[in-house]
Design a protein. Structure first.
Length: 300
C-alpha cells in the first residue's frame, strides 16, 4: 500500500461510525441476525447459497466467548427455522482460542453437534499465523468424530501445501483463499503471482486427493485458472463451489452462478461490524478513497 493509500485508510478510520456505516452496509448485512436472514433470503432467491458469520474476533475472556457461542447457535437455529440454504462460519479467536485451546474446542464442538442435528455444516476460519497450528489441531480433532466441519487454508502461507497433504490423511474439507493478514516474508509469499501460483498448486492437490473445495477468490485470473483446472481434471460439480464476500464483484458473482457453478457468499453481520468494515477498507484502498472523496465533496 503506498503512502497516499495509507493516509486515506487512516482518515477513514477516524470517521464516526455513522458515516462509515453508510458505505459499510454494502459489505455487511447489518447489526442484527434479522439483517443476516434478510440478505441470505435474497441470495437464495437468486440460486446463490451463503455462509453466515456473526462478527467478532480476539475475545479476551471465556464469558465473551460463551456469549459468541450462543449467538452462533442462534444462527444455526435461524437457518433451520427459515429454511435458508446457508451454513455457519466461525473464527476460533471469537470462541476463546487466545484464552484456552480446550475451552475453544468445546465451544466449536457445541456448534458442530448442533449443525449435525440440522444436517448443516460449520466452517472454521483461519486467522493469522500465531493461531495456524492451534486451528488445524482443533479441526483435526473434530474431524475424527464429525464430517460436517471444514477448515480454511491460505495460499500466501508457504506451509499451506504441506498442511493440506497432512490434513488429507484425516479427510480434508476446505475453503481455499489467498489470505489477508500481514505476515513476515519468512513464512508468507509476498509476490502477487507467487500467491496465485501457490493457490493453484494447492487447489490441484486438493482435487487430486478428492477433497471438496470452496474456491474463495475475487481474482479474475484465479477464477479463470480454476475454470481451466476443473475442465482439465473433469471435476464433478458436487466436489467444489466458488465463494465470495458479500457486496464484492457482484456481476462476476452472478456470472459464475449463471455458468452453473455453485456460488456461496460470505454474509457477515453483528454489532461488531465497524472493525470488520475498516479491515475491508484497508484491503481495498480504492474504496477508502471513494469514501474520502465523497466526504470531501459533501463538505463543499
Amino acid at each position: 500500500m503506498n503512502i497516499v493509500n495509507k493516509v486515506i485508510v487512516g482518515f477513514v478510520g477516524l470517521l464516526p461510525k455513522s458515516i462509515v456505516y453508510i458505505f459499510a452496509k454494502k459489505y455487511v448485512a447489518g447489526p442484527s441476525i434479522e439483517d443476516g436472514i434478510r440478505v441470505v433470503k435474497k441470495l437464495n432467491a437468486k440460486g446463490i447459497v451463503a455462509t453466515m458469520d456473526v462478527l467478532g474476533e480476539a475475545i479476551k475472556n471465556k464469558e465473551e466467548a460463551a456469549q459468541t457461542t450462543l449467538e452462533c447457535l442462534e444462527i444455526l437455529e435461524a437457518i433451520e427455522e427459515h429454511k435458508l440454504n446457508a451454513n455457519l462460519s466461525i473464527k476460533p479467536t471469537s470462541l476463546g482460542l487466545a484464552v484456552d485451546k480446550e475451552f475453544c474446542y468445546d465451544q466449536i464442538e457445541k456448534l458442530v453437534i448442533k449443525a449435525n442435528k440440522y444436517k448443516n455444516f460449520v466452517r472454521i476460519d483461519m486467522e493469522d499465523s500465531p493461531y495456524t497450528d492451534l486451528t488445524i489441531e482443533i479441526f483435526l480433532k473434530l474431524r475424527q468424530k464429525y464430517e460436517n466441519v471444514g477448515i480454511v487454508v491460505q495460499s500466501y502461507l508457504k506451509r499451506t501445501l504441506d498442511d493440506v497433504k497432512m490434513m488429507n490423511k484425516k479427510g480434508g474439507h476446505y475453503r481455499l483463499c489467498k489470505g489477508i493478514y500481514i505476515e513476515p516474508p519468512q513464512i508468507a509469499y509476498k509476490g502477487k503471482q507467487e500467491v496465485r501460483d501457490n493457490f493453484m498448486a494447492v487447489l490441484k492437490q486438493m482435487f487430486e486427493e478428492g477433497n471438496y473445495v470452496g474456491i474463495a477468490t475475487h481474482d479474475k485470473y484465479l477464477l479463470d485458472e480454476s475454470y481451466k483446472l476443473i475442465k482439465e481434471m473433469n471435476i464433478r460439480k458436487d466436489k467444489y463451489e466458488f465463494q465470495m464476500l458479500y457486496g464484492v464483484k457482484e456481476r462476476l458473482r452472478d456470472k459464475i452462478n449463471e455458468d452453473g457453478h455453485l456460488m456461496r457468499i460470505y454474509v457477515p453481520f453483528g454489532e461488531k461490524w465497524y472493525a470488520y468494515s475498516i479491515r475491508r477498507l484497508q484491503e481495498n484502498p480504492n474504496m477508502a478513497w471513494h469514501i474520502t472523496k465523497s466526504i470531501l465533496m459533501f463538505g463543499r
